[in-house]
Design a protein around this ligand. Sequence first.
Ligand code: GLU
Length: 909
Amino acid sequence: MFPRVSFYCIFLFVFFIESKCQEDEEEDPNQNIVRIGALFEVDNEEKQLALNLSVQFVLTQGLLPNYQLETLFEVTKPDHPFAALSSACNLLKGGALGIIGPPSEENANAVQSLCDFKEIALIQTRWDAEQQRDLTSLNLYPYPPVLARVFVDIVEAWEWKSFTILYENKEGLFRISELLRMYNSSGHTIVVRQLDNDNSGDYRSTLKEVLKSGQTHFIIDCSIDNLNEVLIQAQQVGLISSRFNFIITNLDLHTIDLEPFKYAEANITGVRLLNPENSLVKVISTAIHNHNSQENSEPPPGWTVQLDVALIIDAVGMFSAALNQIVGMENVKFKAFDCETEDNSMFGLNIITYMKTLTFEGLSGIIKFDNKGFRSDFSLDVVELNQDGLIKIGDWNSTEGLKISRVYPEAIPTNELSLRNRTFVVITALTAPYAMMKKSEPKLTGNDQYEGFGIDLIKELALMEGFSYEFKIREDKANGQKQPNGEWTGMIGEVLSKSADLAIVDLTITAERVEAVDFTSPFMTLGVSILYRKPTKAPPSFFSFASPFGNDVWITLSGAYLCVSLALFITGRLSPSEWNNPFPCIEEPKYLLNQFSLRNSFWFTIGSLMQQGSEIAPIAISTRMVAGVWWFFTLIMVSSYTANLAAFLTADTPLTEFSSVKELAEKAERSGIKYGAKAGGATAKFFETSENPYYKKIWEYMASHPEDMPKENIDGVERAEREKYAFFMESTSIEYEIQRHCNLSQVGGKLDEKGYGIAMRKNSSYRHILSTAVLKLQESGKITELKRKWWEERGAQCTGEEASQEAPPLDLVNVSGIFWVTVAGTVLAFVFVCIEMVLYVFRVSLRYKVSFLHELRQEIKHCFAFDSSTKPVRQKLMPTPEEESEKCPENGDNKINSEYGFKPEIMRE
Ligand code: GLU
């Protein structure tokens, strides 16, 4: 940098040589016109427009009522002092009474030396680290050392103990020098990184490095032209998410498009000098916005012109106000200067001195200077980015410091929220099949290195909702447990501490967890069950022939045999057709014999049952009916027995050690079975909180045997494979494991019903969207497809083997029909036998002309004389007693028993 005076001397000499031939200056014809000039460095239309608008501003505010204000400007090259001086001289030549300084440091210094020399008022609007002010100059930009205090106050209010400062250039380093001092004074850990070392415009490498460093608090200092790009690239590498906190030092943060970052939930804090609610700021901002966008519309809410543009208007306004104080009503004629003459301005020093004493209300708030000429007394709005844009959350001013008055809730749940442009940090654990390392050569990096059900599910959700994600792995595989001090461990803890936004794994939705975090709708349902070794084969039992029928069937079968045999015996006796001549060669037997004696009846039925038959052949309809029904019964029963016996002989009868939790709880100690569940998991919690006496007993055992509570499911599975160890596990995981460990099986059903969900912080704005998306995936069958992929298609080995070969004995219900048919047939046989008997008695009573009832009584009496299987035969067509007495004299031997009509000597057995 040139020393100012020497620089000016060289310049003056060159300029003098160049212009020594020029004519003497002409008189300015407009002597009551006041001109102010501005030096711009790039052809910045906004600044030129602001300069024009400033005339309007002075006029409407009545700042210089007796003069006509005109503005001039020159555009020069940045950091090109010769060009800047030449432009400044042009402004002076044009009659500028004061100059609004150029932005770049070297140009500003050169013009400053000219203004010092010519005693021209120079009003700077740029950030300037200079600790001194020249007599003829003033800077409207807030005094940097005071401005730096704002960020120190915010860091302290936010209680940041360690942070990384990302700066763009050496000016930035100076701006944050106050923050660097915190390292010494309060022991903060501060890392300082330059955003772009090689000026390539690629900040990603630095941003990735700071991301990897694990730091979550950042202060970004960069020009407004590059700030947007820095934030975009930070979002691309995953830094703009709820885990991360930023303070942006640029006072123009509100002028860039923050729409892409609004929903990222990153904590972005900034400050602004211009108040968008100020009516003057609104008017000027609208005019410039309309000029830029070529249409008449309101600028976006919160948007204002940039600070350097607003400060040009303030500079012109304040200059006019000061000049008005000096020259007021005097109607002074101002003349133009030439750089090559020795003339000085009479007003420059006065204007600056006056400006220093003024308190002026401009676009950038109240402008006043301290006795050293610094704008050290100013107020700022502290703003924070949320879904509604930048919201004012507090004030800062140089006397009272920071006052935070946050009034909006941390997250506003809304259904219309979009997840586009958001990046989530998704925590998971390498628990198969939810997340696993992909086997590939060369080694993959980033999200590509993982695969599994949970990984695919997040991928599907991201495709649907348009968010990006980055997986983070929880090494200890702890899903999350509430500690006695109320803090949460595991993945739930990480979500709560904001080191992750979402957690996906076999994460069970439990009442306790729902109090701490939110879950999406469950993407899978399951229940607690038991994983245990498959039962071994039992040796055949001594009475295995009895196995095809259940006990009840055997008992009922015996009852049926007894009843049918008796029914046959009774119907046989009652049926007249069953009483036969025992000696076929004797035409007129003395007695009749019934084949269905008690012994014969039982023999007949057992013969049929054994499929062997007997010599006995029923004759009467009723006995044939009983026999027929019994044969049908035996046909069915024997076939069922034979069929089931075949199944029993081929089936492996498993030797089950226990078949339910209840049995396990009772038998475990006796039979030396150990058991457990994943330590700190939802299954262990289920037993811990259960009121069921068996579950309580199980929890007592678990609590006193931590060695049986593995840290990971896979340890429990391997132990169950090796020893007598029952592992309580969730049914979905059991389903997965038994397809890969063929000697394991699930014992009993599910003990409860619950589901897995994706966890996120309470009241997360995206919960509803993710829940809806999970439901949509369920309805479309995508989740079922993913489950099939990861459970069955990838690595299942034991499919088809698991169906139990055990054949169940037939129960009564299986054969009850045939029993009822037998009962019905037997009852019908009794009806038939009654009819047979009535018909027979009726015939006899007609033939022998005896009373029907008398004959019936006689017949029944004989039939129910169970002690004999014979019955006296009725004499063949005997003459009536009268005929008999006519034919032969009364003979005691031949006398017919008047009661029976039989001969009295008929034998009985
Ligand atoms: N899913 C369980 C949890 O979220 C872990 C496994 C278990 O407890 O069986 O804690």
